[in-house]
Design a protein around this ligand. Structure first.
Ligand SMILES: Cc1cc2nc3c(=O)[nH]c(=O)nc-3n(C[C@H](O)[C@H](O)[C@H](O)COP(=O)(O)OP(=O)(O)OC[C@H]3O[C@@H](n4cnc5c(N)ncnc54)[C@H](O)[C@@H]3O)c2cc1C
Ligand SMILES: NC(=O)c1ccc[n+]([C@@H]2O[C@H](COP(=O)([O-])OP(=O)(O)OC[C@H]3O[C@@H](n4cnc5c(N)ncnc54)[C@H](OP(=O)(O)O)[C@@H]3O)[C@@H](O)[C@H]2O)c1
Length: 535
């Protein structure tokens, strides 16, 4: 990133650290380039606040089209589509295109903020991971050439960015209390999904259905202690004014191993090991195992390297918050909210790996514990304002979360519009989340239709989109009456397949060609009648 020549020298590696003076000087320079000096930290941004940045960047003669904004394209394809466009557009093409909000922006406004140098963290795009961070780092080098910086329209304007309210942005979290967890799958299920309750009464925060909750997780202490063991350090080694154990548990990501860690290792090892670490730092994969290297696996791969704790923590990336769709309505759960969380667990080699936030919520946090949270307001994912409008909700797996909230809300406000829920999961006997609640809603008439799809009950896979096709005639009739359609859950495959099914239904039952049906669905999206919350 562009650093002013007048910036003070920053000594991140203490005098007492066991490095020769030359290496300490190099490491100081290396880390100073990575961490922000006091006062130059990016200003916290809300999604609304980002308008200031976007506005400041208009006028660079860009045509406004974003053909790369498609989650199905590879990063190479996206960048090729953005070739020749202004830096901010190429930066946008490097993002994962999910507009998931985890970075605190959407893909476009994050890129605009980087290009305008109002943000300098290049590692915020969670779904893009290291691939996106590396490309952003490369593109950001262009900001250091005077010509590029001078030609950036954003340079001339100082946007007025609002300071976010506490608990309303990842940059200003609030404290809440963990109330309870309850497993939603029956014993024997292949899934581990939790209904989580959180008390908001101390925080004074409120929310709307459709919003998500940002959760700052804490790492598993077993993993932290193994890492401290590999460093040959003590739990109570002081770093950043805390103990090493505290910093590794709460402040740093322990998976995947960042390039800077390999860079550091390359300086404290020699020979073939040094070369291997250097190549890993440059995004190469010398042994074909790069994707599986979390921080512990990286240390185990280079057992001769014992980074000093101070240098080690500076080489790691900050632990990022995770978003979860809120699965309750504030009209029903006053002062509380609930989440529906799938615990991510998998095995690499002989070691069990844990998704940090989902297992923090699903296992480690105890009843009554405080946790850091913020409400991520939904943008373009909300119930229709007119309570008489019908809604069709498609949410397999944990994708059902916001629809439980929608239904609670429509029930509490006595909305008269019809409600149709498509839910699907692996097995009817084990994975029917909130079955009693949905059955009761059906009996009361609140849930007009409940259509279920079990992918592993039979010999053949059967998904929500198959159920949609079966009910195509009725679905078309609801659409023709003005229903709004909502999709939540997996954005990689499910959301695409569901959209394809909808296009086919419009074509078949709406008597249109496929091209006309595609245009019809595009029009639904434009009119806010087809809304997605997908990841
Ligand atoms: C707007 C939004 C709403 C969301 N709502 C929900 C929700 O309601 N419920 C919900 O459960 N989640 C939801 N998510 C997803 C959630 O934010 C987290 O991404 C998810 O819980 C995983 O986070 P984690 O910290 O547990 O895992 P991480 O520590 O981030 O680990 C996940 C990573 O592990 C790796 N991985 C996972 N499985 C495997 C495997 N089998 N083999 C190899 N590698 C693997 C992948 O690299 C994956 O990216 C939502 C996301 C967004 C953006
Ligand atoms: N709001 C969000 O952004 C959001 C919401 C929900 C989940 N997620 C994330 O996604 C991950 C998985 O979530 P999950 O446990 O809810 O369920 P899941 O593993 O996605 O599975 C739910 C159901 O969808 C089926 N499915 C698989 N491929 C499909 C396709 N192409 N079309 C339609 N259905 C398909 C599955 O069947 P089979 O497995 O049998 O093939 C299963 O029956 C979690 O890690 C979670 O964090 C994000």
């Amino acid at each position: 990133m562009n650093k002013s020549a007048s910036q003070p020298r920053i000594d991140l590696i203490p005098e007492t650290a066991p490095f020769p003076a030359e290496q300490r000087a190099w490491l100081n320079g290396f880390f100073a380039a990575l961490v922000l000096p006091e006062g130059s930290a990016a200003t916290p941004l809300s999604l609304e606040g980002n308008a200031a940045i976007t506005g400041s960047l208009s006028g660079d003669a860009d045509d406004g089209e974003t053909p790369w904004h498609d989650v199905m394209l590879s990063i190479e394809e996206r960048l090729a589509l953005a070739d020749g466009r202004p830096l901010r557009r190429r930066m946008m093409a490097a993002m994962a295109q999910q507009d998931c909000g985890q970075c605190g922006y959407n893909c476009e406004t994050y890129a605009d903020a980087l290009a305008a140098q109002k943000e300098n963290r290049v590692n915020l795009c969670a779904p893009g991971g290291k691939e996106t961070a590396r490309m952003l780092k490369t593109l950001a080098l262009e900001l250091e050439t005077t010509e590029t910086a001078a030609s950036l329209p954003g340079e001339a304007v100082t946007p007025s960015i609002p300071v976010p309210d506490r608990g309303r942005s990842r940059d200003c979290p609030a404290s809440a209390r963990f109330l309870s967890r309850r497993r939603l799958n029956r014993e024997g299920s292949e899934k581990e999904t939790w209904h989580i309750e959180i008390d908001l009464s101390q925080s004074g925060l409120d929310y709307k259905v459709g919003d998500s909750l940002g959760v700052f997780p804490r790492n598993d202490l077993g993993l932290v202690d193994q890492i401290i063991g590999m460093l040959g350090a003590s739990h109570i080694t002081p770093v950043r004014g805390k103990t090493l154990r505290e910093v590794l548990q709460s402040e740093l990501s322990l998976s995947p191993a960042p390039d800077d860690l390999f860079e550091l290792i390359s300086f404290i090892t020699g020979g073939a090991q040094r070369e291997k670490a250097r190549r890993l730092a440059q995004g190469e994969d010398p042994d074909g195992d790069a994707a599986a290297l979390d921080v512990l696996a990286a240390l185990q791969k280079f057992p001769g390297a014992r980074p000093h704790p101070e240098a080690f923590v500076e080489a790691l990336s900050p632990l990022q918050p995770r978003l979860y769709s809120i699965s309750s309505s504030p009209k029903v759960a006053r002062g509380r909210l609930s989440l529906t969380v799938d615990a991510v667990r998998y095995v690499v080699g002989k070691r069990k790996r844990l998704g940090v936030a989902s297992t923090f919520l699903g296992e480690r946090i105890a009843q009554g514990d405080e946790l850091s949270i913020y409400i991520q307001a939904a943008h373009g994912f909300a119930l229709p304002e007119d309570p008489t409008i019908a809604v069709i909700m498609i949410g397999p797996g944990t994708g059902v979360a916001p629809f439980r909230a929608f239904l609670q809300d429509r029930g509490a406000s006595k909305a008269t519009g019809k409600n149709w829920l498509f839910f699907g999961h692996q097995r009817s006997t084990h994975d029917f989340f909130y079955a009693d609640e949905f059955q009761a809603m059906k009996s009361s008439g609140l849930l007009t239709r409940l259509s279920l799809a079990w992918s592993r009950d039979g010999a053949e896979k059967f998904y929500v989109q198959d159920r949609m096709r079966q009910a195509g005639l009725d679905l078309w009739a609801w659409l023709a009456e003005g229903a709004h359609v909502y999709v939540c859950g997996d954005g990689q495959r499910m959301a695409k397949d569901v959209e394809r099914a909808l296009v086919d239904i419009v074509a078949q039952f709406g008597a249109r060609s496929i091209d006309e049906a595609v245009a019809f669905v595009a029009q639904l999206k434009k009119a806010g009648r087809y809304q997605q919350d997908v990841y």
